[in-house]
Write a protein that binds this ligand. Sequence first.
Ligand code: ATP
Ligand code: MG
Length: 396
Amino acid sequence: MSFTLANEIIEELEHNGFEAYIVGGVVRDRLLERQTGDIDIATSAMPDEVQRIFSKTIPVGIEHGTVIVRHGNQSFEVTTFRTEGRYEDFRRPTEVHFHHSIEADLSRRDYTINALALDRYGSIIDPYGGQDDIKHNLLKAVGLPAERFKEDPLRMMRGIRFVSILGFEFEEETYSALVENAYLLKKISVERIRDEFEKMLCGEHCEHALDLLEKSKVNQHLPGGPFDLQIYLGKYRWGSLKSIEERWAAFLIRNSVEDANEWLRVWKLPNQVKAKTVLIVSLIQGLVDCASMLTIYKYGLDVLKSVLRVKRFLGDELELEEEDLETLHTQLPIKNRSELAMDGNDLQRFLKRNPGPWIAEYIEQIERGVIEGKIENTPSGVKEWIEEWQQPQGKD
Ligand code: ATP
Ligand code: MG
């Protein structure tokens, strides 16, 4: 993401008589010298004026004041300074009010560390002491914490994920408001909670975030709950996990969740993520031997590398490394059933038998034999094995 391109957009808005700033998480991440996501811009220009000034725009949320501006092949969300009106049903604000001042816009933001704006000369606008809170690793709500959490309870989950990602702590009053208002999370859709929870699972300080979930009793109000968490500060290295499936698997196993599939169904995970997570969990709980050729053939490298990482995360001392798996994988005689030297038709011809369920049974045996190195994967190798295999059967 390019600050130079963002500043070119800001310059253009200023030439047209408007104010504009880089705002939100990206300013926070810059001060923390962290990699950052999308660059958001806030401006005094109304959405129709933004559309008039720039040639390539996408009206993604005009009613909330947001227009995407395409510039130098990148997308920038440009949002009119606004405050939010009442929230109905704890979803989205029912009305927004547009403003002329950046300060008003910053007042609607959740935490002081996110209520920062950056002008194109590098000066920071910081009406709530966000820079100071960044220095002290503090999460402090903008304004009255209890009111802000009542307005939008999702902010509590956002705070917990910032604990996990940034290693910050809740400031005292904000923490009290978290404890008091945790029950309001029941009003938030599973999908929105899940998205924040997954971001939490991706943080290096996830164990601290889980500890906070438990202490504040927020975990009693999450989907599928109430559930208890066992916390082992300092024991788990969440940063060593590589995919969301590995993180879910680690979370489920270490918290002794009995039915992983059901848990993930309640949390509305997409089917693919759910299936892969459940597979990782079941392979670990089934004590699968990752070094067996048959296992490598059947489940593939990707899933087994995940199994290794989660096992290591859970404290297993493994001799097998991810590179060993790769070496074993290259040694597989076939990677796929279609590579077998004889297929169903060949078998029928060779054995002069009519088609039937016997074919699948034979193929499965041959496949297993080839993978385990007991059958040579050539037509003559397979035929030799069939002849031997049929002998004892014929005698029965
Ligand atoms: P990330 O690094 O994950 O993008 P972020 O803080 O930038 O974190 P976004 O969801 O991109 O989070 O939101 C951008 C900004 O919008 C935030 O920094 C914050 O100022 C504001 N914001 C987002 N969600 C809320 C909310 N629920 N209530 C108040 N302000 C919010
Ligand atoms: Mg962001």
